[in-house]
Ligand binder design. Structure first.
Ligand code: GUN
Length: 280
């Protein structure tokens, strides 16, 4: 049976370090602030934003919330971002995605000052990640790398299979695993014979967005299984992309949902925010 990778434990250690760094900056007269923008009434986004604000408070980062109505125009949103780009109290700007469909998400991402882009979504920061030389970490993949390190799971030479090719998780995840000398494969919805591919994985990362998508027959004996999913099952209960109860019998390590990758994503956002403050 697999050892459970506890995101809360890894987070707690990391958040303590971040809290100390925020305090050190404060002692030098440097504040650390994060602007969080949410547009519309997406209930999942509201939960994420509340969790991010709570985490800021925990480590002494000041958070400034901008809750805008669904009908906000792209121009209004870009104007707000422009103001925040020029506000010295704001070190990081996070615009919670998804945005309402009348707003061009990429235009909004492009408008954030790359030095305040704590999500690392701006093309300039994405480029840095591609090159392997960066300040801002892509939060979810970086959180996963921290968890692997904490549990002494070596990536070097391992076959890593990432299911999902999103800009937020799949693509940057592949880059970070590659940087640690993993042999990386990205699978997606058009991959033929997915099971054949996943069965080769020493490290399997599921970022699909479908409840219980990864079943035990898709997992190699002793694999490390990382679940990025955040879904609701038929009973409305929070669950991941992995059929945890069955897969845990086959894996060597596995992340639960909740309490796995989720807390780490927020922790890495805090890490990026304190990095931004340190550099101003
Ligand atoms: N929506 C889902 N995940 C994220 C994230 O990491 N950052 C932002 N800004 N929006 C999201």
């Amino acid at each position: 049976m697999a050892e459970i990778i506890c995101g809360k434990t890894v987070s707690a250690a990391k958040r303590l370090d971040i809290k100390n760094r925020v305090e050190e900056l404060k002692n030098k007269g440097i504040t650390t602030g994060l602007a969080v923008i949410i547009v519309g009434n997406n209930s999942a986004s509201r939960v994420y934003v509340n969790n991010k604000k709570k985490a800021c408070e925990e480590v002494g980062i000041e958070s400034f919330e901008f809750a805008l109505p669904e009908e906000t125009t792209q121009e209004e949103l870009l104007n707000l971002i422009d103001k925040l780009n020029n506000d010295s109290k704001v070190d990081g700007i996070l615009c919670q995605l998804p945005l309402p469909s009348h707003i061009d998400e990429q235009a909004v991402i492009n408008s954030i000052d790359p030095k305040k882009d704590v999500d690392a979504f701006h093309p300039e920061n994405v480029g840095h990640i591609m090159i392997g030389d960066y300040t801002f970490l892509p939060c979810t993949p970086a959180g996963i790398m921290e968890m692997l390190k904490f549990y002494n799971i070596d990536v070097k030479g391992k076959k890593c299979v990432v299911i999902g090719r999103s800009n937020i998780v799949g693509k940057p995840m592949a880059m970070l695993l590659l940087k640690e000398n993993g042999t990386v494969e990205i699978c997606h919805s058009r991959t033929e014979n997915l099971k054949e591919e996943t069965l080769t994985a020493d490290i399997l990362v599921a970022a699909v967005g479908k409840a219980y998508f990864v079943t035990e027959d898709m997992v190699k004996d002793g694999a490390v299984v990382i679940d990025v999913g955040m879904n609701r099952n038929d009973e409305g209960k929070l669950c991941g992309d992995v059929d945890f109860d069955n897969v845990k019998e086959k894996a060597s390590f596995i992340t639960p949902v909740p309490g796995g990758v989720g807390p780490m994503t927020i922790t890495m956002l805090l890490e990026n925010t304190v990095r931004a403050a340190s550099q101003k």
